[in-house]
Design a protein around this ligand. Sequence first.
Ligand code: HEM
Length: 525
Amino acid sequence: MLLPGERMGWTLTDLSLVLLVAVILIIAEYKSWSSHWSFINIYRILGKGTKVLKEPKTIKDVPGPVALPVFGTRWLYSVGGYKMNKIHELYADLFRKYGETVREEALWNFPVINIRNRDDIERVLKQSSKFPIRPPNEVTSYYRRTRPDKYTNLGLVNEQGQTWHDLRTKLTPALTSSKTMTQFLPELNQVADDFNTLITNSRDENGVVHNFEEYANRMGLESTCTLILGERLGFLEQNISPVASRLADAVKGQFIASRDTFYGLPFWKILPTPAYKRLVESEDTIYEIISEMVDKTLKAETNKCAVDPVQSVFMSILQAEGMELCDKKAAIIDFIAAGIKTLGNTLVFLLYLVAKHPEVQEKIYEELEGLVTDGCPLSTSTLRHATYLKACIAEAFRVLPTAPCVARILESETELSSYLLPAGSVVLCHTWLASQEECNFVDAKSFKPERWLDNSAVRYPFLVCPFGVGKRMCPGKRFVELELQVVLAQTVRKFHIDFDEELDLQFEFLLAPKSPTNIILRDRH
Ligand code: HEM
């Protein structure tokens, strides 16, 4: 009797080969399913397969880790094995596993779409609208609503629509003007000199500045307060005042509590969890300290006739029409809180990258030697011509930005990587992770300032946008860029910078250096 197949000339060996291949294929298929972790996802994949022919893919079809009812994918940050301070690693893993578009789910299974594709990021950030929407920080908004005595709105960072637009128009013109920044340059030179004196005197016998991040945060604090309050507050003096140290601790606490309440399970909505208590404590401390500073400065101000150029931002906030004093105080708090940690982290990243590349340091030094006489402060014209210095800052923002993604809520239905997302979808544009992809930048992981000089890096402006994009872009951008140019230039002119270890990163709602960071400074002269 003929076995099936023998009629076609198949032997038993051929049949067992076919069977073997079939088994291998089934195992492979099963493995790819199980890599999506659950039957729910197998169901999704099967569903997607049948849907493809009939209708476009929707937000439900975007792949991602299994979501539990109500809690969504928040379990990843607890039992999922990812630590809260390593969320940046989780996102990198999710993109590796699921591709360029990944769905996570917040509480009540609210979908959050993560994107890394260059064209998709551009499509989202280019959407022009009168009032672009960035998802608010829920816990800060909640806190502010419970304090009507102090806050009449959620502040520039968290407000939306017409209220946000009014705040932005009234509060930011002086901050974003190039004239204000030019007037501010001599003060910035002074702040940078004081920073250098502080770190010079803080070195041990081997030239090591231990816990450099604390000095960088003090620099962020001093320069932001000088900009916003129009006076020096002494954060760069060798022995920091108890008030300055309380403020620095409170700002750090606020960022960490925001992260823990945002990514953790939201029990704080029902009862005051330790993270929420920490947030309230930090917010109250920041308010109390800043409020006192504003009142003191206001009192001193009434005795003065002329406005010092350094006070132009402060005065413009105080003179903003149609706003109550508490709104002005809240705005000052927002500016200072937004500036301190972002600046401190950025300074550590920038000096770390330059320290790890001595050849880059020498090029900066040589460029400055040709532009400015030894011992002289930096002028606007010097900085205009310091193209290599500016390329280093741009490259540092590409390689290690403190804001690793830009968030938006879609205002109209948008197609991203063939998924049709409805208006109202929350999208996180992972600009940092996209900047690390070879398809976007050659030798993407290397620090190469030269790529900004031959224009090969400027092709994708939506990938390297450390201050965000469009109407909601950071109003501190001009100030920060100027400040980083001055500090980097003055530090390289004075020291050979070195960094012994590799920098470890942690996620504190921003990308931050894991402390302690130890930097080595050797005098040039
Ligand atoms: C290295 C320093 C800084 C970085 C990397 C940074 C980055 C950012 C980013 C990415 C955004 C979101 C933009 C968007 O959604 O498109 C933002 C918003 C904001 N930043 Fe900054 N920032 C820095 C320093 C500062 C400083 C010094 C100030 C204040 C003087 C400031 C005040 C603000 C405010 C008020 C917003 C909210 C703007 C709005 O929603 O209209 N930032 N910043």
